[in-house]
Design a protein around this ligand. Sequence first.
Ligand SMILES: Nc1ncnc2c1ncn2[C@@H]1O[C@H](COP(=O)(O)OP(=O)(O)O)[C@@H](O)[C@H]1O
Ligand SMILES: [Mg+2]
Length: 254
Amino acid sequence: MHLLKVKGLSKHFGGIRALEDVSFGVKDGAIQSVIGPNGAGKTTLFNCLTGFLRPTKGSIVFREAEITGMPADRISRRGISRTFQNIRLFRDMSVIENVVVAQHPMIRSGLLQAVLRLSGFVREEREVREKAFEYLEFLGIETLAEKSAGSLAYGLQRKIEIARAMATGAPLILLDEPTAGMNPQETEEMMTIIRNLRNIGKTIILIEHDMKVVMGISDRIVVIDHGVKIAEGVAREIRNDPLVIEAYLGKELH
Ligand SMILES: Nc1ncnc2c1ncn2[C@@H]1O[C@H](COP(=O)(O)OP(=O)(O)O)[C@@H](O)[C@H]1O
Ligand SMILES: [Mg+2]
């Protein structure tokens, strides 16, 4: 069954056609990758899927319901969560607090955190903290729970972002270049984390520039170039596709 269906999706910025008539489906429980050269429109696609941008045209159906043009907070509540290409964390808050606030739609902004403390939600907060700790354990960063998020290395901050995405409880998680800036060992770890996410029942859409990661992990791959889908299939099909080879020739892989 398709958890997500994207049909004829376009996003224009003035004269720039960042996405043009893109269609694809994502099966429940799949790891679906989106690849393409730098500037192809991948992040724009995520921004449309998560309500950070309003599509110019087309339709997005999630769990059989139309979500096209809904604001980000509503889409998040319906069960689509994401990480960012440029990490977005509360740098001055501890690692675990970052995950705690992600669990509650009302306090995801961090603004109502103080209110929660004051207003008899103390027990609930303890349960929320325990849950947050479990997410950190899942990512293998529980020993860093009390460290300030901004003080940690890039690779660790990316793991916190994933813990935050898990904490929303969303069944669909969008990862925007989760291995960017990682060394080979960290990249290996990230691949294991992504597989583990799938093993606990999450569906993943992955934007990834590391071809080894993409080819090794994806159930299916969509290739975008200049905002247009130029190929779709399993790794073997994508690797041998002339349009894909041409799109990548002499270009920085991103
Ligand atoms: N908010 C925006 N306003 C104007 N142009 C944008 C905006 N976001 C992205 N673009 C343009 O859309 C195109 C695709 O960008 P992006 O989705 O970030 O590509 P990718 O993630 O594949 O590298 C680029 O030409 C980029 O400059
Ligand atoms: Mg991008």
